[in-house]
Ligand binder design. Structure first.
Ligand SMILES: [Mg+2]
Length: 185
């Protein structure tokens, strides 16, 4: 399997069938924050995000945020968005920090779903860890930081590789990227 191939695809965090996944044994969600749950501009969670948060807690999920962003950003967001814990400067796609965290929290890898918007960081990390992954469409690519934009060039090469493994999924990923990209880019 290619290390960049997500297990599932979804248009957004709101379009995932969390109840079914839970029934299938997934009990833990590791969420990327930026452009997965909220755009870079959203400092605090909005009503829809909070409603989803409540829904997930009610189902019984343990929720974590695993962000490559800093503590200020994440700690502010989780004041209202309830989580069991979070990691900042997670260094995705590298698995070391997340592995330590998974052990510390005594999480079972087979119960984990990692949800994120980036093939190169989120999905690559999930595959290195050996956990289920869901790629969601980036909320807004316009506000991406320079290093994320730089990853886009590498992403193009990776999509070519993925095409050879799973053409259907790759076509869908390409559509998702197109939709989230702004015309002026
Ligand atoms: Mg992201």
């Amino acid at each position: 399997m290619n290390k960049y191939l997500p297990t599932f695809l979804s248009m957004s965090i709101f379009d995932i069938d969390y109840a079914t996944l839970y029934a299938q044994g997934k009990k833990v969600i590791l969420f990327d924050l930026d452009n997965t749950i909220a755009s870079y501009e959203e400092e605090y969670p909005n009503k829809n995000q909070l409603m989803l948060n409540q829904k997930l807690l009610k189902i019984g999920y343990r929720i974590y945020i695993v962000s490559n962003n800093g503590k200020k950003r994440v700690s502010r967001f989780v004041k209202e968005f309830k989580v069991n814990g979070y990691i900042t400067y997670a260094r995705k796609p590298f698995k070391k920090k997340l592995n330590h965290f998974i052990q510390k929290e005594q999480l079972k890898k087979e119960e984990i779903i990692l949800i994120g918007d980036q093939l190169l960081t989120d999905i690559a990390c999930a595959n290195r860890l050996g956990v289920t992954s869901i790629l969601v469409q980036s909320i807004s690519r316009k506000s991406e930081k320079w290093y994320t934009k730089l990853n886009r060039l590498r992403e193009k090469k990776i999509l070519k590789q993925l095409e050879k493994i799973d053409i259907g999924k790759t076509q869908q990923i390409k559509k998702m990227i197109e939709k989230s990209s702004d015309i002026d880019e």
